[in-house]
Design a protein around this ligand. Structure first.
Ligand code: ZN
Ligand code: ZN
Length: 431
């Protein structure tokens, strides 16, 4: 049986860029280590969720880790809250301090981040909202401030539901939106949200901190914008589902949250920032060290996705080249190691956002099959020996190439009774 390092390079897949002479960043980058592994390994293309569906980073990861999004996706707020160590039983919203102005009895969003409020101001304002009681005491609201303008709102009480639309219009200059129930069960939650918004606006509007901010020419943090309602569901631990002892090496808060939610032990090595300047070598060194104690190491690298959102293909090339340097120790792996490299979704630099394009994937290890491809990029991956598949097949392939797969029908690990793994080959293997 092999141990596994799964490297997820965030937003890896891309499209041709005019400034790269119509090459993709992976094609344009000098990445000799990834190319060497591609030449000696197997390539393929995977749709993290399904063809044409742009994944979020959380849903892309969850699908690749072998969780059924239709049944098991709890919503993004849960992962972000977990990343802050928040565990709750209620409905969790992502929340921003923001600046609004009144216009004909409605509120218009002036700044979704209240001038990136931080420090003492954010602290004093949030302490006013730490605990509020809504709907005659039936619902408890807790606002938790995290970083800068960001935080969470947690609603606790009987009969609440996360099926509530966003209050945040996601654009400045637009009205704050009425929360709406997505189904009947959410009516009470909507009433609680409305009451929270009105009470918190009343508290924040004339607060001395905001009067001081206005006097200093700063934007007041007079409103809490809510979005991404979610409720924690207990996800089956990764170890039970797949039989590995898993560890995660990540710096970005949400990725640590996802890993924690699945029961990974989480490590944040020195120099890892979750940004393009991150120390990628330190992450790979940590991953190799962890192989002593764990047999599945998930390593996350975020810088590529940041460059893509910046619409900066040159920056993405530079990040890929720095990641490639860090991967040198993996090119000559221990005999019982399977190295898998892929992304959680494509983020084409030309779009500056996630797309439903497929993402290249590489399987590499001593004694494992190889195909004809010689470079790690979209074109070679399209004709690679792994073919095309969806993220839901990823863990099955990892079990197979780490020599852990059992014949069909055998069930070694306790699993929910209704768990039926989806295995979909979209394109037949090219021979
Ligand atoms: Zn991502
Ligand atoms: Zn992204």
């Amino acid at each position: 049986m092999r141990r596994v390092i799964l490297l997820i390079i965030d937003g890896l897949g891309d499209r041709p860029s005019p400034s790269l002479k119509w090459l993709t960043p992976l094609q344009a980058a000098e990445i000799p280590n990834m190319d060497l592994m591609a030449a000696k390994g197997l390539l393929g293309m995977q749709y993290p969720i399904a063809p044409g569906i742009p994944p979020g980073s959380d849903s892309g990861h969850l699908s690749i880790f072998g969780y059924d999004l239709d049944r098991e996706y709890p919503g993004r707020g849960v992962f972000e809250a977990l990343s802050e160590g928040v565990v709750s039983v209620g409905v969790i919203f992502r929340a921003n301090f923001s600046t609004v102005r009144e216009e004909n009895g409605k509120l218009v969003v002036v700044d979704r981040r209240a001038g990136r409020i931080e420090g003492e101001d954010a602290f004093s304002l949030s302490s006013e909202l730490k605990e509020l009681y809504l709907l005659n005491g039936e619902v408890k609201a807790k606002f938790l401030h995290t970083l800068e303008h960001r935080g969470f709102l947690i609603l606790e009480g009987e009969g609440l539901s996360s099926l509530v639309t966003d209050v945040d219009p996601h654009e400045e200059g637009y009205y704050v939106l009425e929360p709406e129930p997505i189904d009947d069960k959410a009516v009470k939650t909507v009433e609680a949200v409305r009451e929270f918004l009105l009470i918190s606006y009343r508290i924040l509007k004339d607060h001395e901190v905001n009067r001081k901010r206005i006097a200093e020419g700063k934007l007041p943090a007079n409103f809490i914008l809510l979005r991404g309602a979610s409720s924690p569901t207990k996800l089956e631990p990764f170890s039970l589902r797949w039989g590995f002892k898993p560890a995660a090496v990540a710096a970005g808060p949400m990725y640590k949250g996802i890993a924690r939610a699945l029961g990974f032990e989480v490590f944040h090595p020195p120099g890892a920032t979750g940004l393009p300047d991150s120390d990628f070598s330190s992450k790979i060194r940590k991953a190799l060290d962890l192989l002593e104690e764990f047999d599945f190491i998930y390593v996350h690298m975020k810088g590529t996705d940041v460059a893509s959102h910046n619409k900066d293909p040159e920056q993405k090339v530079r990040v890929l080249e720095r990641i490639d340097l860090a991967l040198e120790p993996l090119t000559d792996p221990p005999e019982d190691l399977l190295v898998v490299i892929t992304g959680d979704h494509a983020t084409p630099c030309s779009l500056g956002k996630h797309s439903g394009d497929p993402v290249p994937v590489l399987f590499y290890g001593k004694g494992l099959p190889k195909d004809d491809s010689s470079n790690f990029h979209e074109l070679d991956a399209q004709v690679g020996g792994l073919g095309w598949f969806t993220g839901s097949s990823m863990m099955r392939l990892i079990l197979n190439y780490s020599d852990r797969a059992l014949e069909y029908g055998l069930r070694p690990f306790p699993r929910p009774r209704d768990y039926i793994p989806k295995i979909e080959m979209l394109n037949p293997l090219r021979l």
